[in-house]
Every structure is written in C-alpha cells, then in structure tokens.
Design a protein around this ligand. Structure first.
Ligand code: CMC
Length: 391
C-alpha cells in the first residue's frame, strides 16, 4: 500500500537542487560551475578546480595562493591516527583503510564539528581535501610494509602525494613532470559528477546532520563498488584476463550473453548515452602519456580493440553503451606505476573535491531535509506470532 512513485535506482528522481555540476548525457557535455571539462582539463589544475567546485567561481591569483597555502597547512595527519593503520591486516585493501581512517578524522578534529558555524564547515572541507592524499599514501605504504612518510609541504599537491607514495631515503625521488601533470589531470576529471552514487551517499548521510568526515567516509565506501569507482580496478583486471587482442571478440560475446553475469567493465553509464567526455580526454591522454614515458603496454592494444569491437556491435550501439571515464584511466595509472589496488583510491582523492563541495552546498540549502525514501511493501500481511513448538 501507499501511493509512492516506484523508481528503483532513482533513474528519474531529482533528490536536490545543485549549482555545482551540469551533465547533458545525450550530448556528452560536462560542466563544472559552467566551465566545460575540456577547458578545465587543458588550462586548470586540480586544486584550482577544487576551489571552483567549493566556492562557485575561479579564484583570483591571490585567492588561489591563500587557498593553496591553507590546504598545504592541513596536510598532516594526527600522529595518533597512524595507530589506526597498525590495526589493519597487513594485506587489507587500501579502500578499507581509507574509509576507516577518514571516518576516524571526526574523532580528532572536534573544532570542526559545529555544523551551524560556516567557518567550521569550511575548515572541515579543507581538512578533508588536504588529508585525503596523506591517508591514501599511508594506506599504500602500510599495505607494502613501508614506513609512512610525512607530507613534504614545499611540494605542490600532486608531487607531495607522489612523494609520500614512492619516496625511499636512499634514493631521492625523481619528480617527473609528465607523471605529475597526468595525475593532476586525472584528479580534475574525477573531481565531480553531480548526484552519482557516492555523492548521493555523502548527501544522504549529510542530510541527517552527521559530521562531514563521517559523510565523506560513507562516500568512499559507496565509490568502492565495481559498478562505480571500483570499475577502474576491474577494467585493468578484465584487460589482463583477456590478455591479447585476438581474445576480444570472445569477451564481447560473453558481455552480450544474458546468461553470463560478465559485463564489459568501463562501458556504459547511467547518464551518458553518448561518449563520456571524460573518456574522450583520457583516451587521447593515454597515447600521449604512454608515449612520453616510453611505456609500451600490450593492454592498450587490447583496450583499443575492445573499444572498436564494442562500438560497432549492435548490442552496444542499441543500448548506447560507450566507454566511460574508467575505461582508460587504469592504463594510465599503471603507466604512472600506481598499483592496481590503489586505482579506486586515486578516484577517491579526486572526488573528495566534489564530495566536500556538495556537502557544503547541502549545509547551506534551506530546503535540505533528511533523505528518507519510501518503499513498496511486498511482504506478508499482518499475522499472529506462532509459538516455536508449533512451527
Ligand atoms: N556490458 C554489457 N552490457 C551492459 C553494460 C556493460 N558494461 N552496461 C550496461 N549493459 C546493458 C545491461 O545489461 C542492460 O541491458 P538490457 O536492457 O538488455 O537489460 C542495458 O545495457 C542497460 O544497463 P543497466 O544496467 O540497466 O544501466 P544502469 O544505468 O543501471 O547501469 C552502469 C550503469 C554504469 C552501472 C552499467 O553500465 C555497468 O555496469 N557498467 C560497467 C561498470 C562500469 O564501468 N562502471 C563505471 C561507471 S562510470 C564511472 C563511475 O560512476 O564510477
């Protein structure tokens, strides 16, 4: 009973009003605060994009340097937070560690828990943006048994992260500008995507008045699934399993088989029924980055063949299934020597900018109320309890 609109998966329900990101899925358009993703990818930086998403406008040089200074100032994690890592199994997935330690931030930073105070909200958002790469790199180093590194605050956002990931005392880390630029660009492309599953999760948790660290930790867990951010890890595993271009047709046939649960990972999107504009940028970038780094990855040949085969196959054409952002990103991460288990963590670092922007917007929204969907009940009608000996 009940007269509710039944909309499983929320394919036709707008859950909020937002001025952050615009998507036209039929035309393949993506705008952050009105700026086309292509222009931001070419001209901006991840930190500038984070400022734009959070504040609504591009920063002046003075605003940017104040923002960068503030983010840099908050990169360190509390020394006792490191004890959390010791509690994880040595081979824990870094996403598990990232979600757990992000939630734990609320236990350390009590000066940002008064949600009525706009300055505390802003500071919490800055802390999340600043500390996410620190937590991410710590998760990686813990998983391989290396000591956790301090953030080097004389470096920029991306190089600081690379340093925390890969630096060993004996050999100073060579900072490769091609690697840093590629990573920065990937963070820009992942920074926001309106009401995707993880951002909707952040908002749903945020709607209850829970603190921002708890809300973003919930977003991280939603991102983890292979239908969402976990797809980049799944794509690389799939390409490795396919192995060679001559096995591509068999994989496409499997993906079309309705009795087989196998899907082409990195293909299809709830909103894009055309090329994902981020995938177009990443595709071009893959060739460039692999060329510049002198990497010859046979998986790229498998990916190109797979894309070509799927795009001319009726099954994929009729359903408007195109490569999405995750299809090529894994190949680039691999070329940048980011381990496969860290791919979704990379996505989380970039998406943190969007999560905190949405959380800030929601807190200021006078129409915000607790998210509380209804259901169509399909269970038993009212009945009497049966004693155990009579069942
Ligand atoms: N391979 C084979 N068939 C597919 C695929 C695929 N990757 N994606 C969708 N389909 C089919 C699906 O079986 C269905 O067919 P039919 O109408 O005959 O039942 C039709 O296309 C529509 O699919 P859907 O599952 O109803 O669409 P959705 O909007 O619920 O799902 C999706 C979107 C992204 C979860 C889905 O396309 C998918 O599972 N893709 C693979 C995972 C992936 O790449 N995810 C990353 C998404 S982009 C970045 C992000 O959000 O993190």
């Amino acid at each position: 009973t009940g007269c509710f609109t039944y909309d499983p998966g929320f394919t036709a329900t707008a859950s909020c009003k937002s001025a952050i990101t615009y998507i036209d899925g039929d035309a393949g358009v993506l705008l952050y605060r009105g700026y086309p993703i292509e222009q931001l990818a070419e001209k901006s930086s991840f930190l500038e994009v984070a400022y734009l998403l959070m504040n609504g406008e591009l920063p002046t040089p003075a605003e940017f340097s104040a923002f960068e200074h503030e983010v840099t100032h908050h990169t360190m994690m509390h020394e006792r937070l490191k004890n959390f890592f010791q509690g994880f199994q040595y081979d824990a997935h870094p996403m598990a560690m990232l979600a757990g330690t992000t939630a734990s931030l609320s236990a350390f930073y009590h000066d940002t828990l008064d949600l009525e105070d706009p300055e505390q909200r802003r500071l919490a958002a800055i802390r999340l943006l600043a500390k996410m790469p620190t937590l991410a790199a710590a998760a990686y180093r813990y998983s391989i048994g290396w000591p956790i590194r301090f953030p080097r605050n004389n470096l920029d956002y991306v190089n600081r992260f690379l340093h925390m990931m890969f630096e060993v005392p004996s050999e100073p880390l060579e900072m490769n500008p091609v690697v840093a630029k590629a990573l920065d660009l990937l963070f820009i492309l992942h920074a926001d995507h309106e009401q995707n599953a993880s951002t909707s999760t952040v908002r749903l948790v945020g709607s209850t008045g829970a603190n921002p660290y708890a809300s973003v930790a919930a977003g991280i867990t939603a991102l983890w699934g292979p239908a969402h951010g976990g797809a980049n890890e799944a794509v690389l595993k799939m390409l490795a399993e396919i192995g060679t271009p001559d096995k591509v047709d068999a994989a496409v046939a499997r993906a079309k088989d309705k009795n087989d649960s196998f899907r082409l990972m990195g293909f299809g999107h709830r909103v894009y029924k055309n090329f994902d504009p981020r995938a177009k940028i990443i595709r071009e970038m893959t060739h460039k980055v692999l060329g510049e780094l002198g990497v010859n990855d046979p998986l790229l040949d498998v990916a190109l063949k797979l894309e070509e085969a799927a795009l001319k196959d009726d099954y994929f054409v009729q359903r408007k299934l195109y490569p999405n952002v995750d299809f090529y990103s894994g190949i680039i991460y691999k070329a940048l020597k980011i381990p496969t288990e860290m791919f979704t963590v990379m996505f989380a670092i970039g998406r943190t900018a969007g999560w905190v922007a949405h959380w800030l917007e929601q807190q200021e929204d006078p129409e915000n109320k607790i998210g509380r969907p209804r259901q169509i009940y399909t269970g038993s009608a009212s009945r009497d309890y049966v004693d155990a000996d009579k069942r």
